[in-house]
Design a protein around this ligand. Structure first.
Ligand code: G6P
Ligand code: MN
Length: 447
């Protein structure tokens, strides 16, 4: 099997490669092609992978290229993990939104819309190339905002593109752990959009164990989402929301924490990753050690502003260990390549799963996966308040897709203005002006 990684010079590529190194079974990935427009980043990551492969006799062979066509031809799987505008772009997304007093986050609110507006045209062009050069390949999309970008690509690739996110998996695992259940045995009832979903139940042998957790104050205080949202609010909801819902349910506090932080998440990562790639450009740098150090720091500070706003404290040891993201990707590839039937929470087209959305809307739900791809399973209806959020945000995504297609600035304004976390049409207009002035990738937006 040959895997191509778009954004191959990205910081999280070694996580994926590390997972591949642990797979020795037949049908595994034997060749990895890293594609990235940035040669320096490519060689930095290639050095980390070479260190990782040391002493592993059947390590997948790695090649690097700056030619997208070459990268795609002959690929069985394509991972798309690109960042249009880089981390400097992410920091600008946050800064511009916060200056207007609204949330600037990579995937949620105004920041997510700005990022989506510049990523969708690029992801669409990639999808067209895949359709032309590797029509039988499966595309696994990590690129954020993952739900929106997957939907854009699915308009060209249909069910050949599947989006992934590790946060519902992480949530399911944490809840299972607190309940003393085996996460692989439990049925996790999780439904929503990417970064906008709820764990509504966890069934073992047909019995829902979530009420037991909701009734247990101490257990609720012992895991990330419990501390972030507080036991009372979880009981009110009767569900455990995805951590990204903190931006909705505690929006004021999150915006305030972001504004008063010395640096936003994007700015912090821009600087941190900048130093990493600089360090890697120096000969003699111990590549794997430098990467591990940088990763540990990144994991420890994940959602730090939100945790601070909630008084949730430091991240727990067991939540620090990375292992979600690449495990989901590997599990998905194995299921498809070897026809090993499994269930995973993925971003796929809705079909008839949630009746409040049309069939083409990409949702994040449990799916049955095998050689035929990923199929969402039926889900119980969402309560009205969740329907409200999910349909409002899907409406925003549709305006982003329409703006990317037409180049209409007015449509882009509509996308911002309709978002539940943008509180005025005037603000939406100013945001579009400021983002368009900042990002060359938004030059396509015209009056
Ligand atoms: C979670 C999210 C991802 C996101 C990642 C890293 O895993 O599900 O979508 O890319 O966190 O966030 P960071 O702020 O460290 O870039
Ligand atoms: Mn995610």
């Amino acid at each position: 099997m040959r895997l191509t990684i778009l954004g191959g010079g990205g910081f999280r590529v070694p996580l994926v490669y590390g997972a591949l190194l642990g797979d020795h079974a037949e049908g595994r990935v034997t060749r990895v092609t890293l594609y990235d427009p940035d040669g320096a980043r490519l060689s930095a990551v290639a050095r980390v992978l070479a260190d990782q492969a040391e002493g592993v006799p059947d390590a997948p062979a790695v090649t690097v290229t700056r030619d997208l066509d070459e990268a795609l031809r002959g690929a069985d799987f394509v991972f798309s993990a690109i960042r249009v505008g880089g981390l400097a772009g992410r920091a600008a997304d946050e800064r511009i939104a916060l200056a207007e007093g609204v949330l600037g986050q990579e995937t949620v609110g105004a920041g997510g819309i700005a990022y989506g507006l510049r990523t969708v045209p690029v992801a669409t062009a990639v999808a067209r190339k895949v359709a032309a050069l590797a029509p039988d390949a499966w595309v696994i999309n990590f690129t954020n905002p993952a739900g929106l970008v997957t939907e854009a690509m699915s308009r060209i690739l249909g069910d050949r593109v599947v989006g992934i996110c590790d946060s519902p998996v992480g949530l399911g695992r944490r809840v299972a752990r607190v309940l003393g259940a085996d996460p692989d045995e439990a049925w996790i009832d999780y439904v929503g959009l990417n970064h906008l979903g709820w764990l509504r139940g966890l069934r073992i042998g047909g019995r829902d164990e979530l009420p037991r957790l909701l009734a247990d104050e101490e257990a609720l205080g012992s895991f990330e989402e419990g501390r972030l949202f507080g036991p009372e609010w979880l009981r009110s909801l009767g569900a455990v929301p995805n951590e990204y819902l903190h931006y909705y349910y505690f929006n004021r506090e999150a915006v305030r924490a972001y504004r008063s932080a010395g640096r936003t998440r994007g700015a912090y990562l821009r600087d941190q990753q900048g130093s990493f790639y600089e360090e890697m450009a120096r000969p003699g740098t111990a590549a794997l050690a430098a990467w591990r150090r940088t990763l540990a720091d990144r994991e420890a500070t994940y959602m730090a502003a939100n945790r601070e706003a909630a008084g949730a404290g430091e991240r727990a040891e067991e939540d620090l260990e990375p292992g979600g993201y690449e495990k989901v990707a590997l599990a998905l590839m194995r299921a498809i390549a070897r026809d090993e039937r499994t269930t995973l929470i993925l971003d796929v087209r809705n079909g008839s799963t949630l009746s409040v959305l049309d069939a083409d809307a990409v949702v994040e739900v449990p799916c049955l996966v095998d050689a035929n791809g990923a199929r969402p399973v039926a889900a119980a209806p969402l309560p009205y308040h969740a329907v409200g959020l999910v349909t409002a945000v899907k409406a925003v995504e549709r305006e982003v897709l329409a703006a990317a297609e037409s180049g209409s600035r007015e449509t882009a304004v509509k996308a911002f203005a309709l978002h539940p976390l943008v509180d005025s049409v005037t603000v939406a207009r100013r945001l579009v002006e400021a983002y368009a002035a900042e990002h060359p990738g938004l030059a396509y937006l015209r009056n």
